[in-house]
Design a binder for this molecule. Structure first.
Ligand code: ADP
Length: 191
């Protein structure tokens, strides 16, 4: 299997690049952000539990996130591989993912971290706010999301670095150029 983690701060372009990677490598896309938004939209019990946290830009507790992710993986027994987008966001999530994949006789192939400056992120999300109406895209909530990223999520990077699985790719510039850079990394992992 080809199991990729696409890593980066809010607004790094994970959604855009994930879509291209899915098409190119025929992977199943697992975005915990999209899954939570679907639960909120469908007003499920889980959605009701997490909507305030998400609107405020805070992380959802690990136990809730991990259970949802495992359930989602379980829905795709025939998958050639997965692309994890927005997960893991904490070291506990990364450990849980490793354990879970190991129980399925597989594992993370590699992690691509999109490198984008904080200044660029703020500009991009301000633009997205104008079209997306995501409650967590306003300036104050975004500040919280960036804080969560630098407070909790960055620690996931050394976790994968120690496993020799991390590659950083410049996330600023032309979408196709960034995609080509990601592809050349992933192709070395496929061999
Ligand atoms: P972004 O565009 O900021 O990368 P996402 O769409 O991935 O955001 O996620 C939106 C929100 O959903 C996050 O700010 C957080 O509240 C929640 N969320 C998504 N994934 C996770 C996760 N793995 N752990 C905890 N909370 C999560």
């Amino acid at each position: 299997m080809l199991n990729l983690v696409l890593f980066g701060p809010p607004g790094a372009g994970k959604g855009t690049q994930s879509q291209k990677l899915i098409d190119h490598y025929q992977l199943v896309h697992i975005s915990t952000g999209d899954l939570f938004r679907a639960h909120i939209g469908n007003q499920t019990e889980l959605g009701q539990r997490v909507s305030k946290l998400i609107a405020d830009g805070e992380l959802v507790p690990d136990s809730v996130t991990i259970a949802m992710l495992e359930e989602e993986i379980g829905k795709h027994p025939q998958a050639k591989g997965f692309i994890f987008d927005g997960f893991p966001r904490t070291v506990a999530q990364a450990e849980a993912l490793d354990k879970f994949l190991e129980s399925k006789q597989t594992g993370i192939t590699g992690v691509v971290a999109l490198d984008v400056t904080e200044e660029e992120l703020t500009t991009r999300i301000a633009k997205r706010k104008a079209i997306s109406n995501r409650a967590d895209d306003d300036a104050e909530k975004l500040k919280k999301r960036i804080e969560e990223y630098f407070g909790k999520t960055v620690h996931v990077l050394p976790y994968y670095e120690q496993q020799g699985k991390l590659t950083k790719v410049n996330g600023i510039g032309d979408i196709e150029v960034i995609f080509d850079a990601i592809k050349s990394v992933v192709d070395t992992w496929k061999q």
